[in-house]
Design a protein around this ligand. Structure first.
Ligand SMILES: Nc1ncnc2c1ncn2[C@@H]1O[C@H](COP(=O)(O)OP(=O)(O)O)[C@@H](O)[C@H]1O
Ligand SMILES: [Mg+2]
Length: 504
């Protein structure tokens, strides 16, 4: 049961949290006379009175009314018996809440506050405690000397269940009082008398799953809070358990992590950091969290200034230079896969390495139609035709895709796509296959080729002396990949010694 306080009485600022029994043992402990100081009833019917003196007086441990459930409550006025907070355990002398039993340590765990004012529970037992958040994975293990946060940031929205060797309670934190002045006064005074509960830096991380941040073709990304430290991350899960894209992304990011250590190329700072991997039915990647979201989201919220565009172009090329110099290609560069670390000044990271290839060249179609390079469509069309010579493509495909991504935010923009209404239902075959001519031969350019041609000529048409659009058009949005510049060349020409002219 996840109890949400509703009446004014329930948001009493003296209340810290409610422990609602789930297991039989927890019910017995809640009804035990030893714990009557913390006992409260929760009326289901909002019109009826909450616990009354008569009720407590006539209470014999069984005489419960049907419309009442009951819980243990922790309050500031109770004054915890230990310097770390409320003690739960089997020792009658030192515990605030008595949990009798062989498996329970004398001081099994403490409930108190962290230095940054989050409620937390810390295990101090021999046999361990476990805490679960919502119905999430990986929280089911028993841990000793472990600290779990119970409130703060998105943990407030999770349901939390603590299990102390079959004493199972749902814990509801009094988040309704979080903005209450008296609650904060009491908490400040509490923290001046009690030691904060600190998490151990070596403890196993526990990731809760929060709101969805975004989703793409292969996976979805959720916000996550690591329950020990309270740090927020982003967790990426594949939509389809059989899909190997998260595995591929994991391998690439792991390798990039290694390469970053050995390199001092500036581009290494513009690639997302893999923090951890959770091995479960489908692996999940724990990634750095970027509250500003993707470049696509940011540009919708506020158009990119000239300076933003320049920072984007420079750091994106540096990131690609780093990847390409290690024979890696991203293959899905687009604004949705570029995350924004800061807006003033614009600072980005490349993300979504689900299509990344480490071979240096490829034939298969990956990426998004509007951003895919002409040679990617060409290579796939060769495969479809069964051509004896299949044009393979290499890392220059990223330069094209990045060129389209930047062009989109310049004054030129990108041309209207005549098939935009059909894009979501198109297959790579529809996009890449040559079209039939009057004689029934497949000799006409594919939709993909036509689109790339129109992007390149649109950029040329909008280019003017010394402009960013000219640079994109001459160096990056070149249809022939052999004539297109590599990231290192683009950097040299645009920002190297000779290229250090003022662009606008
Ligand atoms: N680390 C992160 N921080 C914040 N938002 C993110 C993060 N990673 C992804 N997102 C959001 O989720 C979306 C999808 O993530 P992405 O890795 O591109 O998954 P997919 O492979 O499904 O396309 C992104 O466009 C972005 O809006
Ligand atoms: Mg994506």
């Amino acid at each position: 049961m996840n109890f949400t306080p509703t009446s004014p009485h329930e948001v009493d600022p003296d209340i810290i949290a409610w422990l609602c029994p789930v297991s039989q043992k927890a019910r017995q402990a809640t009804l035990s006379l030893a714990n009557r100081r913390c006992f409260r009833t929760i009326t289901q019917d909002s019109n009826s009175q909450r616990s009354t003196p008569e009720w407590i007086d006539c209470w014999d441990g069984v005489a419960l009314q049907n419309n009442c459930s009951f819980c243990l409550v922790l309050t500031f006025s109770q004054i915890p018996s230990n310097e770390y907070g409320f003690v739960l355990g089997s020792d009658r002398e030192t515990c605030d809440i008595l949990l009798p039993g062989y498996n329970i340590s004398r001081n099994h765990c403490f409930i108190g506050f962290t230095r940054d004012r989050a409620l937390a529970i810390q295990d101090r037992s021999t046999n361990g405690t476990r805490v679960s958040y919502d119905d999430s994975y990986s929280h089911q293990a028993w841990y000793t000397t472990h600290t779990w946060r119970l409130s703060g940031q998105h943990l407030d929205d999770c349901s939390k269940t603590i299990d102390m060797q079959d004493y199972v309670f749902d814990i509801s934190v009094n988040t309704a009082a979080a903005h209450n002045y008296q609650f904060h006064v009491s908490l400040t005074s509490y923290l001046s008398w009690h030691r904060p509960l600190e998490h151990q830096t070596i403890q196993t991380p526990i990731y809760t799953l929060g709101k969805t941040l975004g989703s793409g073709a292969y996976g979805f990304v959720c916000m996550s809070c690591e329950a020990g430290s309270g740090t927020i991350y982003a967790i990426k899960t594949t939509k389809n358990p059989g899909d190997r894209s998260v595995k591929r992304e994991y391998c690439c990011l792991k390798e990039i992590q290694q390469l970053k250590k050995q390199s001092n190329m500036p581009g290494k700072n513009y690639i997302i950091k893999l923090v951890d991997v959770i091995k479960c039915a489908t692996s999940r990647l724990v990634l750095e969290y970027f509250p500003l979201g993707s470049l696509h989201d940011q540009a919708k919220a506020r158009p990119l200034s000239n300076f933003d565009q320049e920072m984007l172009l420079h750091s994106g090329l540096q990131a690609l230079d780093f990847l390409h110099s290690h024979t890696m290609m991203h293959r899905d560069i687009k604004p949705q896969n570029i995350l924004v670390r800061s807006r003033e000044p614009m600072d980005i990271v490349l993300a979504d390495f689900g299509a990344c290839s480490r071979a240096g060249y490829a034939h298969s179609f990956y990426g998004s139609y509007l951003y895919a390079a002409p040679e990617v469509a060409q290579a796939y069309s060769d495969l479809l035709d069964g051509s004896r010579v299949v044009h393979r493509y290499d890392s220059r495909c990223d330069i094209w895709s990045f060129g389209v991504s930047v062009l989109q935010y310049t004054t030129a923009g990108i041309p209207m796509c005549p098939f935009s209404h059909r894009l979501s239902s198109m297959t790579p075959d529809d996009w890449c296959e040559k079209r039939l001519d009057q004689t029934g031969e497949r000799s006409l350019p594919s939709l993909g080729e036509m689109w790339c041609k129109s992007v390149a000529s649109h950029a040329r048409a909008h280019a003017y002396e010394g402009s960013r659009i000219t640079r994109l058009s001459q160096l990056m949005l070149v249809e022939d990949p052999l004539q297109r510049r590599a990231a290192s060349e683009c950097l040299q020409i645009m920002y190297g010694d000779e290229g250090a002219v003022s662009w606008h």
